[in-house]
Write a protein that binds this ligand. Structure first.
Ligand code: FAD
Length: 441
C-alpha cells in the first residue's frame, strides 16, 4: 500500500492548482487520483475565465476578503494567461460601451457586471491541460482510478480505498483534499455523511439555456464576451442571472448516470451562427425539505422522462402561445423558426411541464426584461432548452484552510460548494494547499 503525504481526489482546476501550490511550497509525496483516464476535470470544457471576485467566488465560503481574493486571482491569472491559446476577450478599462450597457440595464431594474475575461475554447482544452500539467514535476497521477471510500486509520492517517480496472487498491495519506467537482458531489456527500463530515444545503441554480441567432446578441457580446445580467423578479422577489455565454457557440449536454443536463461551449477555431447562454434562477429551500441536491435531481429526472432520455427544447414562438414544440413544425418558415438552427438535438416539447411554476415565472419575467435591454432576443425562433442546473449546493463547513471538522480532510472546488467556475475552483485549491502545508510544517 503506497503512503502519500497528500492525496488529492479530482484532477480539475481545484486539484491541479492545489498540487502546483503544494509543490511550490516544497511538499513531497503528492498524488492526484481521478476516475477518468485523462487528468482534466472541467478544464476540457470551453475555458472562459472570469477575473473578478464578484463572479464564481463566494468570499464568505472561502473566508477571504476582496483584496485576498484579488491577489489569489492574480496568481491564477498569471498561470492561465501564459498559455498561448488563452486570449483576452473582454477588456474592462474605462470602456464607454460597458458603462452604457450598465446604464440601460439599471433603467430596467437589472444589474450588469462586465469582468475581465479570457477564453481558450473547447478545441484547445487538451493543450490547456497539458500546459498546466507540465508545471507538475513531482506529483503522481493515479488515473482511471475511482475513490470508493475514505476512513481515518488514526489521528494522522487517512485510508483511501479505490477501484482501478475492477481491482481494489488502497493508499494512505496524511491529508486528503476532496475536489470531486459537480459530477462527484453526490458521491462525496455520501462519503462525508458516513464520516460525520459536517455539511448542509445551500441554494441551487435551476433554469434554461437560451440559444438565438447571434445577430441579436452580438451588440452586447462584441463588448463583453460573457455578459452577466442579474435580475430580481417582481412577482416572487427571486434572483435570476445570465451565465456562461458562448458567442458563435453550440449547445451541449452534460451527461450524468440517470439524467442529462444542458450546457454550452464554443470552439476557438470554428464558430456557429448562434449564441447561447444560461438563464438560471437561484432556489433556496428551508422547512420541511432543504435538500436542494435532491430537488435538482428530481427536476432533471423528470425532464429525462418527458424528453425520452434527452433534454427538451421549445421555440419562444410556441412558448408564447402556450403550446409544445414539435418535430413537424420545428423549422417552420411561416413561423419564422428558420432564423435559428438548433446546434443540439434535444426533444421538441414543453419546458413548462418539467419546471416549477415559480421558476418559469421568474425566467420569463427576466427574459422579457432582457428583451428590453437587448431588443430582439425574444424572436419566435429563439430556443429555450431545459434543464440547466448547477449543483453547487452541498456546502461543507470548513475553517480558513478549507479543512473540515474531520482533521486531515480538506475540500475545494465546485463539488463541495467552494466555487462556481474554473478560476474560483483554482483559488480554492490554492487555499486548501496552503492550509495542508501549514499543518504539516
Ligand atoms: C460544458 C461545460 C462548459 C463549461 N464552461 C466553463 C467555462 O467556460 N468557464 C468556467 O469557469 N467554468 C466552466 N464550466 C464549469 C467548470 O468546468 C467547473 O466549474 C470546474 O471544472 C470545477 O472544477 P473542480 O476542480 O471543482 O471540478 P472538476 O473540474 O469537475 O474536476 C473534478 C474531477 O474529479 C473526478 N472525480 C469525481 N469523483 C471522483 C472519485 N470518486 N474518484 C476519483 N475521481 C473523481 C472527476 O472525474 C473530475 O475529473 C463548464 C462546465 C461544463 C460541463
Amino acid at each position: 500500500m503506497n503512503a502519500y503525504n497528500v492525496l488529492i481526489i479530482g484532477s480539475g482546476p481545484a486539484g491541479l492548482f492545489a498540487a502546483m501550490q503544494l509543490e511550490h511550497l516544497g511538499m513531497e509525496r503528492i498524488a492526484i487520483v481521478d476516475r477518468r483516464p485523462y487528468p482534466a476535470g472541467g478544464l476540457l470544457n470551453d475555458g472562459k475565465l472570469n477575473f473578478d471576485y464578484r463572479v464564481g467566488i463566494d468570499l464568505d465560503e472561502l473566508k477571504i476578503d476582496p483584496d485576498s481574493a484579488q491577489r489569489l486571482m492574480e496568481k491564477v491569472r498569471q498561470s492561465f494567461t501564459r498559455f498561448p491559446e488563452c486570449k483576452q476577450v473582454t477588456f474592462v478599462d474605462d470602456d464607454e460601451k460597458i458603462r452604457e450597457l450598465g446604464n440601460i440595464a439599471e433603467e430596467h431594474g437589472a444589474r450588469f457586471i462586465a469582468p475581465e475575461q479570457w477564453h481558450w475554447g473547447t478545441d484547445n482544452g487538451k493543450s490547456a491541460v497539458d500546459y498546466l500539467r507540465s508545471h507538475l514535476k513531482k506529483t503522481d497521477f493515479l488515473l482511471g482510478t475511482a475513490v470508493t471510500s475514505l476512513a481515518k486509520l488514526d489521528d494522522d492517517t487517512c485510508l483511501v480505498s479505490c477501484s482501478h480496472q475492477r481491482k481494489k487498491v488502497r493508499y494512505t495519506a496524511k491529508a486528503v483534499l476532496a475536489a470531486p467537482g459537480r459530477s462527484g458531489a453526490y458521491w462525496f456527500r455520501d462519503v462525508a455523511s458516513k464520516m460525520n463530515i459536517r455539511h448542509n444545503f445551500g441554494p441551487i441554480d435551476v433554469g434554461i439555456r437560451v440559444e438565438l441567432n447571434r445577430k441579436f446578441y452580438d451588440a452586447v457580446t462584441d463588448v463583453v464576451y460573457d455578459p452577466k445580467f442579474i435580475f430580481h423578479t417582481t412577482r416572487h422577489g427571486d434572483r435570476v442571472r445570465t451565465f456562461c455565454t458562448n458567442p458563435g457557440g453550440r449547445v451541449r449536454s452534460e451527461n450524468y448516470y440517470n439524467f442529462k443536463l444542458i450546457n454550452g461551449d464554443a470552439l476557438s477555431g470554428r464558430k456557429t451562427g448562434n449564441t447561447n447562454f444560461a438563464l438560471i434562477n437561484t432556489v433556496s429551500l428551508t422547512e420541511p425539505f432543504s435538500d436542494t441536491t435532491e430537488f435538482g435531481h428530481m427536476i432533471a429526472k423528470q425532464f429525462f422522462l418527458l424528453g425520452g432520455g434527452r433534454p427538451i427544447v421549445q421555440r419562444v414562438g410556441d412558448f408564447r402561445e402556450g403550446r409544445r414544440s414539435s418535430r413537424s413544425t420545428f423549422n417552420s418558415a411561416t413561423r419564422h423558426f428558420g432564423l435559428c438552427k438548433a446546434t443540439y438535438r434535444a426533444t421538441p416539447g414543453d419546458i413548462t411541464l418539467g419546471l416549477p411554476a415559480r421558476i418559469i415565472d421568474n425566467l420569463w419575467e427576466s427574459l422579457k426584461t432582457l428583451d428590453k435591454i437587448v431588443p430582439g432576443i425574444l424572436h419566435p425562433s429563439t430556443l429555450l432548452y431545459a434543464p440547466e442546473i448547477k449543483f453547487f449546493d452541498t456546502h461543507f463547513i470548513t475553517d480558513e484552510n478549507l479543512e473540515t471538522n474531520v482533521g486531515g480532510i480538506f475540500v475545494a472546488g465546485d463539488g463541495t460548494g467552494k466555487s462556481r467556475g474554473i478560476v474560483g475552483a483554482a483559488i480554492s485549491g490554492i487555499i486548501a494547499a496552503r492550509g495542508i502545508a501549514k499543518k504539516s510544517s
